[in-house]
Write a protein that binds this ligand. Structure first.
Ligand code: NAP
Length: 281
């Protein structure tokens, strides 16, 4: 039986630690708000935004909501970001992705001040991560590092195979695992012999966005499996990129969906907000 890595419990621990830190900062007069911008009313985005605002309320950080019409122009969005960049009360700016097609995501990410980029997507923060300097780390990969560390899973010297090379999950995940001294292989849709490559992994991180794609024949016995995917199956139940029932009996530890990586993303966003209020970016 595999050890089930409990992301709900670990994220709660982190949020409770952050609540204490935010209170200590407040007592020294150090406060600040997270500005959350949503363009349009995509239902999934609305759920994410609501969860982020609830997490702020739990920790004791003010959140400011900007719900913009889907017809908002790129210029209007950039103007709002510039205004928030210049507002000393705002310590974090988050633009919920994806954006409507007429808005260039990269232009928006680059408009956010790197000092307020609590998602860790700005090129300056990405560059800092690459060369091991201080900066905001992207929340999902940083959350996975916390899941592993707080579950006492050794990373150094292990072979980590990551499936997916997106800018928000796969690529930063590879850099953070490298920083933790893993030997890293990054795979993608053009990788040959994916099964064989995955079977080499001591730690397998599935972030390909294909429901229940990773079956038992992709996994080495005793491996640790981290499932980043979030999907709804035919019965409308949440599932991941990994076929949990088939893989779980084989491995030493695994994250469930829901209750694995998902809650960690918000916990790490809150971590970045508290760091920003502390002026530690
Ligand atoms: P993405 O931008 O769609 O990237 C998917 C990556 O997987 C791409 O690099 C793609 O390769 C690769 N890929 C696709 N099919 C593949 C295949 N058959 N074999 C090998 N590689 C394949 O997705 P993402 O934004 O990284 O997200 C991945 C998943 O994580 C999604 O289900 C998303 O909903 C979920 N997610 C969860 C959280 C969370 O908080 N838990 C946060 C972010 C994302 P190419 O580059 O060659 O196209």
């Amino acid at each position: 039986m595999a050890y089930i890595i409990d992301g709900k419990k670990i994220s709660q621990e982190i949020k409770d630690e952050l609540k204490v830190q935010a209170e200590a900062l407040r007592s020294k007069g150090m406060v600040g708000a997270l500005a959350v911008i949503q363009v349009g009313d995509d239902p999934a985005s609305s759920v994410y935004v609501r969860n982020k605002k609830n997490a702020c309320a739990y920790i004791g950080i003010e959140s400011l909501s900007y719900e913009l019409k889907s017809s908002t122009t790129q210029q209007e969005l950039l103007d709002l970001i510039r205004k928030l960049n210049g507002d000393d009360c705002v310590k974090g700016i988050l633009v919920q992705l994806p954006l409507p097609e007429h808005i260039d995501e990269n232009a928006v990410i680059q408009a956010i001040s790197p000092q307020k980029d609590v998602d860790g997507f700005h090129p300056e923060n990405v560059g800092a991560m690459v060369i091991g300097q201080e900066g905001f780390l992207p929340c999902t990969p940083a959350g996975i590092i916390q899941l592993l560390k707080r579950s006492k899973i050794e990373i150094a010297g292990k072979h980590c195979v990551i499936i997916g090379r997106s800018n928000i999950v796969g690529k930063p995940m590879a850099l953070l695992m490298l920083r933790e001294h893993a030997t890293v292989t990054v795979t993608h849709s053009k990788t040959r012999n994916l099964k064989e490559v995955c079977k080499e992994a001591d730690i397998l991180i599935a972030a390909l966005g294909k429901p229940q794609f990773i079956t038992a024949d992709y996994v080495k016995e005793g491996a640790v499996v981290i499932d980043v995917g979030i999907h709804r199956d035919a019965q409308n139940k949440l599932c991941g990129d990994v076929k949990f029932d088939e893989v779980e009996p084989l491995v030493s530890a695994i994250t469930p969906v829901p209750g694995g990586v998902g809650p960690m993303t918000i916990a790490m966003l809150m971590h970045n907000c508290v760091e920003s209020i502390a002026g530690k970016e």
